[in-house]
Design a protein around this ligand. Structure first.
Ligand SMILES: NC(=O)c1ccc[n+]([C@@H]2O[C@H](COP(=O)([O-])OP(=O)(O)OC[C@H]3O[C@@H](n4cnc5c(N)ncnc54)[C@H](OP(=O)(O)O)[C@@H]3O)[C@@H](O)[C@H]2O)c1
Length: 301
């Protein structure tokens, strides 16, 4: 597949890093141990490596990861599959958490923990410098919550001055946290939960688009609870596409600063997701999908 089919190109602001808008999220490559999600090695290591290699061979040049996936396992798989990396590959990682023995996600935001996390990412990915590091807010695990990020951001800014990080982004954050962060360091991307059914970040996306900052939705397909709706299925059927393809095509059409990182451990799903970059949603489909968002909002209230 030619790279021109992957949603077009986006350049992170103030950088020379350009990526195809259709990328890949690597979290799903780690395994699972009972209730412990994103834990340990995958059942099919060769399959995981095949997904990564096919993603890059298909023109994907933006991979999202973290050293706390596995922990360590996902980054080690990326290295094993793709090192030495193609020159245009941008690997975006995130820091701020460590994993408890029970699989929990615990805050790890002290200067020592963040420095260790950056070194762990460098070692496990086999890199001398990390292209982009997202600081993930941990005031609440399941969504943004107010609180100061000044301390951890200052640590990351220092690691950037030392040459270990090229660029910085934020994840799981509020508008206020983004505004405050920009006084400390330039931001190239924001990664929050967002998809066709969960549009709480709409005003934020518009604001970031004006500033040229990438918005990278996590859970673009619903994450651990895949998107399911009669409206989504009906639109998909009318376009001879799958519901997941419609969900991804909607994001690409939503705004030019949205970059996609759908996660999959399956080559078949990867191919299906890549093909979504060629799907155009007509206006009646967009209207039907707006209903899906308002239904989901009503359900939450
Ligand atoms: N910053 C954060 O806090 C944060 C949090 C979560 C995730 N992330 C990042 O965001 C990325 C995306 O999120 P995610 O992977 O959790 O959720 P997602 O992309 O919304 O959904 C992943 C799920 O969708 C399934 N799937 C993928 N393509 C499919 C298809 N074509 N048809 C049917 N099912 C399909 C996958 O299963 P199969 O493996 O069977 O395909 C997997 O269960 C992650 O990989 C990670 O890099 C960041």
């Amino acid at each position: 597949m030619s790279t021109s089919n992957l949603g077009g190109q986006f350049t992170f602001p103030g950088t020379s890093l350009a990526v195809q808008r259709m990328g890949y999220g690597a979290m799903q490559l780690a395994g699972r141990d009972g209730d412990k999600l994103v834990w340990g090695p995958p059942r099919d290591i060769d399959g995981a490596i095949a997904v990564l290699r096919e993603a890059v061979a298909s023109g994907i040049n933006h991979i999202d990861t973290s050293d706390f996936y596995g922990p360590h396992i996902t980054n080690q798989l990326i290295r094993r599959a793709l090192h030495p990396y193609p020159q245009d590959l941008v690997i975006v990682t995130k820091v701020s958490a460590r994993r408890g023995e029970d699989g929990s996600w615990l805050p790890a935001l002290s200067p020592e923990e963040l420095t260790q996390a950056v070194h762990d990412n460098l070692r496990n990915l086999g890199l001398d410098v990390l292209d982009v590091v997202n600081l993930r807010s941990m005031f609440a695990v399941h969504g943004p919550a107010e609180g100061s990020l000044e301390g951890p951001l200052t640590t990351l800014a220092k690691l950037r001055e030392k040459g270990l990080i090229r660029h910085i982004g934020l994840s799981n954050v509020t508008r206020q946290q983004i505004e405050d962060a920009q006084k400390i360091v330039p931001l190239v991307c924001v990664q929050n939960a967002y998809n066709v059914a969960n549009r709480a970040d709409d005003p934020l996306i518009d604001q970031l688009e004006k500033a040229g900052i990438a918005y990278v939705p996590f859970f673009p397909l619903g994450g651990f609870n895949l998107l399911q709706s009669a409206d989504l299925s009906a639109v998909a059927q009318s376009l001879n596409a799958s519901p997941m393809q419609v969900a991804l095509a909607w994001l690409l059409q939503r705004s030019a600063n949205i970059l996609l990182i759908p996660g999959t451990s399956s080559v078949e799903h990867l191919r299906e997701n890549l093909a979504a970059s060629k799907l155009m949603l007509p206006s009646d489909a967009l209207k039907a999908l707006d209903r899906l968002a308002s239904e989901s909002e009503t359900a939450q209230h």
